[in-house]
Design a protein. Sequence first.
Length: 712
Amino acid sequence: MLLAVRDCERYVSLAVRSILRQTVRDLELIVVDDGSQDSTPEVLQRIRDPRLVVHRHDHSQGLAASLNAALERASGRYVARLDADDVALPRRLERQLAWLEDRRLALVGSAVLDIDHEGRPGGLHQMPTDPVSVRWHALFTCPFYHPTVLADRAVLDGLGLRYDPAYLESEDYALWARLLDVADGANVPEPLVLYRVHPGQASSRRRALQRHFQREIALGRIGAVAPSLDRASAELAWSVGAGESVPPGRLDEAVDAFLVLLDAFRREYGAASMRPVVSAAARAVWHAGSKRRALAIDAGLLLVGAQARARRRLARWRATRCATPLFQDDGPLSVAVVAPEPTPYRAPVFDLLARRPELDLTVIYTARTLMGRTWRVEPRHRAIFLRGARVPGGRRILRHDLVITPGIFAALARVRPHVVVVVGWSTFASQAAIAWCRTRSLPYVLEVDSHDAGPRRGWRKALKRAVVPPIARGAAQVLVSGTLAEKALLACGVEEKRTRRFALTIDVQEMGARADLLRLRRKELRGELGLAPEDVVVLSVARLSPDKGLETLVRAVASVERSRLALLVVGQGELGPALARLAASEGCRLILAGEMPWERVVEAYAAADIFCLLSRHEPWGVVVNEAAACGLPLVLSDRVGAAYDLLREGENGRLVPADDVEAAAAALRELAADPALRARYGARSREIVRAWGYEPSVESFVAACREAVGLS
């Protein structure tokens, strides 16, 4: 990306940050400071990003020379332009690269939306979108807004093309005219750049000089296409096509010359590709003042014009919605989090984030609960709870209720975020939020806990393969709970450098301290649960559902030849009676403690000796964090996401295959027989989990949001 700047201290920071916040992250920004005398150098120096390279001229050399200097220093395959007072919308490069590659173009620009010196949106300017229309437009004026252009560097170098300083304010028109002689160019129809209109810009200060050079370039091109036109006739044809005033009494003569040019152009490019050109020509004749002849050129002119105006109004509305958040950079960063439900392990992190002065955080929850949770979480952060209709059978498909919440759109509009953090992909609110961001070119951060470990039903795997990769690749940043989630995202094509760790965790220090205090009452706590001091207690904290592998755990405990081994299960669910019957038949001492208030679960950890979670499907498992913080050795199945970050084989526990009774029994047998080993493993659990407290996640969240909007 090339940017030349001189004395633009007021606007250059936003221009640079709009480039650095592009959804295309692999870029270099070459800024040539052309001898600025104001604070522009200091403004640039304050922007910390390795992709930004600043080169300074001690004395002004002009725009063309500065851009040539930047072009020589650029190393990318493609080069793009922006002016120091303009703003690129976040998906500009993404959209233009797709157009250039799909249509095999050498050059692509876009429409622009005017903004004033305060950033207020003004008029929309659309440009010709197909190569033939671009060449027709180039007969009269530059067919591209210079700050919107992206070009294939190989074509420029192959033809030896550079900016010509002799053309002063029309150096871009001269360059693109030469390029269009041998290659195709087009414009993306929607505005991808906010074009600043203010009295200090060069195009306003030197308008007459710019128009002079444009006219000379255009007349040269008209002469090449229609050599039968003499200089005077070519000037009349140019006046019609360029929207300039036609000399009094010469309108018919000017239109005649213009139609000669149109016929010559048609002969060169063929009638099949002329439809947009004919419409453009008819509009030019209409605006020149000859409405009858305009309708003779294109009888459908009025209808086409009405349709074009409707499309422009829609495009301007969309661009205005995209542009609005870009100018709210003086205060805190507005962040909307779209989350399924409040939980006791996420809500405290959001509470901490809400206290960060650089963030203005709002969490939009789909519902109070999507999984029938009994806990009650009262957020101390700004929260919006959506209302919606639950779809019958949704939990069988998604492992949580499916709730249709159209209110997500109004909630996001009310928050007016700079960036949206989307938790997961499987709720209606998450997918709607992503669509909302995309229609506004607003960056979103995806937060993912799920992984691909373990078997999946064919339809579920196919659904995930279809939905997740484009969502993940479109995210500006991705927050992952741990190693397995990150591995799954990398397999979807997400770049590793765009991932950050955002742990599902608890307040590690507080929980460890509470467990230590409660151990002073260990005998009493055990007595309340029907356990003796000499019992070796295996604890599992989980919903009583098939996914949690509790049948395997019951059989494994029953297989251990130790009469004082007891299994304590905290949780409730439909599997309770079946587990009790299984334990009775297998000879397992099973204590079903039922659901405990989240604040009291620590009492069970303090009473236990070993923690075991043998889930068949477990995206993370925050109970593992809790057990480790309370100093327990761990026995986990290989489907538990937390196992790959919080369990070190042979250091603080054992990793066993899911549904493997013998492997689980062997791990429990080893730990049950050796109190010293349990103590050593428990101490190591605490050491490992210490790095998984709230603060690292808070910092990752803030960094991801800032990176997403180009503030890193």
